[in-house]
Design a protein around this ligand. Structure first.
Ligand code: SF4
Length: 223
């Protein structure tokens, strides 16, 4: 089991619990996580509805054994020290001792993308719960119907710990992160609620007008 840097405890109290799905949202776009956490906002679109339908089977708690693998579905997981909680779509318990969480996504797999954060966090929770290393996780993509292996290495663990710290900062400061207004917005189900273009225009306008009435130094005048 690799050593992940543990976040410092909040002064005078325990760490704020963070869900693994929030880490995933924050990894995609900090503002998206902020809208969900601070404004209780969430919007579905065709892609998220497809994902929900795909998850229906794996979100029904249950288990089965096939050959040398026992499969648990919809398993709640947590990590007390890191104050993380979540639900694994699928956890495979192999007879040789390997434990592999498998996250199901309806869309395409993006290497080192937000799904890696979610399933990596699940692996860290399972390590804490079972007391065994979980160095490998997987993301099943409905787009290509393939399973993609994710290495739960030190770099991924550090990203997860850093994201958890950033989510706690959003919660404690109660400040909505700025809208990046980039290509991520095209595929974001929350763009109607977020209005990223309008925000970007307002920000550009405010930057332009902030210098309009500022007096220039005398040397800058050419008359
Ligand atoms: S619309 Fe863009 S800025 Fe707004 S939450 Fe979605 S990805 Fe983030």
């Amino acid at each position: 089991m690799s050593a992940a840097p543990l976040p410092a405890a909040a002064p005078g109290g325990p760490l704020i619990q963070v869900t693994l799905s929030t880490l995933e949202h924050h990894a995609y776009c900090p503002r998206q996580a902020g809208l969900i956490l601070l404004e209780d906002g969430y919007a579905d679109d065709a892609a998220t509805t497809r994902g929900t339908l795909m998850h229906q089977r794996v979100h029904e708690p249950g288990h089965e054994t096939r050959g040398a693998v026992r499969t648990l579905r919809a398993l709640p997981v947590w990590h007390d020290q890191l104050a993380l909680t979540g639900v694994c779509d699928v956890v495979e318990l192999h007879h040789d001792g390997r434990i592999i969480p498998v996250e199901h996504k309806s869309g395409s797999y993006v290497p080192e993308g937000p799904a890696d954060i979610q399933v990596g966090g699940q692996a860290m929770c399972l390590e804490a719960m079972f007391g065994r290393p979980v160095p490998i996780a997987a993301v099943y993509s409905g787009a290509d119907r393939r399973r993609h292996t994710v290495a739960v290495d030190d770099a991924l663990r550090r990203r997860i710990a850093d994201l958890a710290t950033a989510v706690r900062r959003t919660l404690s400061e109660m400040a909505l992160p700025a809208a990046p207004a980039d290509q991520r917005c095209r595929r974001c189900s929350m763009r109607d609620m977020c209005m990223p273009r309008l925000l970007a225009r307002a920000q550009a306008f405010s930057q332009a007008t902030s210098t309009l009435f500022r007096p220039s130094p005398e040397a800058a005048w050419d008359d």
